[in-house]
Design a binder for this molecule. Structure first.
Ligand code: GLU
Length: 316
């Protein structure tokens, strides 16, 4: 029985057992292949990393293997864009759950080109547009990458150019979203330049160890507990966590909050970053996805960790 106070939890054993037991699960969902490069990943990959505020990082499986973080990058891009324009961002993007798929276009017509939130593709493309303003795409991409490297406290984080190209070559829906928003006046830069920033941001590759470390500031009121660097203000960290909880899993966000109870952000590469405020930042990776585009095994691991630790943002 490992439920109980933080100090009582044997995190190493808990993570190892979660990995060993769930490794046997055969039904892992379907690897995304609408971006052909993503379809090349080994579907058996499986990793867990739990970074705690006291500087430990407990891992299991392929936790040092880099994978495409895809939409998890939207958390870091949002933090960066809020740092640039603050609340003015909310004139161009909403803060409501969408209840629709990550790449859906239907709401944009009713809501006059203002995407529901910054974590669906349309909203993230607006965020990329904000980061691009006044810069060349190369500089904007560099800025996002620098932000992620600072958050991870790791300069080796990089972008996979093959994934970026694959997204560019097959990003018809994202191009449609961006052009549609342009028609409503919600794109400030040429659409192809903004999309270039967005695709490169999604093509950032990180290991679960790097990703768990990069999320620590959100678990620690905006401050990296290892370096003491303030990445965002306390208030902003809370708000980003709120958005992750409400919108981080697309039309599966409610179910994730119900089952897991942590703010989380998934990506179609099969990664999930989950934040346990005051305790830990958790990254999991298994490439197979459920019908909503969220890692199937990754969600099960987080559900198990939440249950066994007793960690939750909804009560002690
Ligand atoms: N780059 C992906 C896309 O635009 C991100 C989607 C996701 O990870 O949910 O389709």
């Amino acid at each position: 029985m490992r439920q109980g106070s933080f100090d009582m939890i044997d995190l190493e054993a808990l993570v190892r057992e979660a990995h060993d037991e769930l490794s046997g699960v055969a039904d892992r969902g379907k690897v995304a292949d609408y971006i052909p490069e993503l379809g090349k990943v080994d579907p058996r990959k499986f990793a867990i990393a739990v970074a705690t505020l006291d500087g430990r990082c407990v891992t299991a499986g392929d936790a040092q293997d880099a994978f495409s973080i895809q939409s998890i990058s939207k958390v870091f891009a949002l933090a960066l864009a809020l740092g640039k324009v603050g609340d003015a961002l909310w004139k161009r993007v909403g803060r409501e759950p969408s209840g629709t798929a990550f790449n859906s276009i239907v709401q944009l017509e009713h809501e006059k080109g203002i995407p529901r939130n910054p974590f669906i593709n349309a909203g993230a493309i607006v965020v990329s547009d904000v980061i691009l303003a006044g810069h060349r795409p190369r500089e904007a991409i560099g800025e996002i990458l620098r932000f992620v490297r600072v958050a991870a406290n790791d300069d080796s984080v990089s972008i996979d150019p093959a994934v970026a190209r694959s997204e560019q070559d097959h990003g018809y829906r994202n191009a449609a979203l961006a052009n549609y928003m342009r028609a409503f006046g919600n794109m400030q830069n040429p659409v192809e330049l903004t999309l270039g920033v967005y695709f490169h941001q999604c093509a950032i590759e990180m290991s679960c160890v790097q990703l768990a470390n990069a999320g620590l500031f959100l678990a620690n009121s905006g401050r990296d507990p290892r370096t003491g660097i303030s990445v965002v203000s306390k208030e902003r960290a809370r708000r980003i966590n709120a958005l992750m909880l409400m919108c981080g899993h697309y039309d599966g966000s409610g179910d994730f909050a119900y089952k897991v109870g942590f703010p989380g952000k998934s990506g179609v590469g099969g990664g999930i970053l989950a934040i346990v405020p005051g305790r830990a930042s958790i990254a999991v990776w298994s490439p197979g996805l459920d019908a909503q585009g969220n890692s199937k095994l990754g969600t099960r691991v987080l559900e198990r960790i939440a249950h066994q630790t007793g960690w939750s943002i909804f009560g002690v």
